[in-house]
Design a protein. Structure first.
Length: 80
């Protein structure tokens, strides 16, 4: 995400799961839930793998940018 969108601020927070609950992976953009995965694939001891659709994240980032700065253009929008 940071490579494609260097202006994005990324915060990581690890919240211990409740007892007998599946671990959940979530991505929020401006406090709105974009991705939530409760099932993931274990690739090693204590290491989980999650598939993310980057298009969903990209759409959420564009919407958040428009809401915050409606007159500013970014990247490919300037070429048009």
């Amino acid at each position: 995400i940071k490579r494609s969108h260097p202006d994005v601020l990324i915060e990581k927070s690890v919240i211990p799961p409740a007892e007998n609950a599946d671990p959940t992976f979530e991505i929020l953009v401006d406090q709105k839930l974009v991705v939530s995965k409760s099932r993931s694939r274990e690739v090693g001891p204590g290491v989980m793998s999650v598939y993310l659709n980057m298009e969903d994240i990209e759409v959420a980032l564009v919407k958040a940018r428009r809401k915050r700065r409606p007159k500013t253009q970014y990247g490919s929008q300037q070429a048009g």
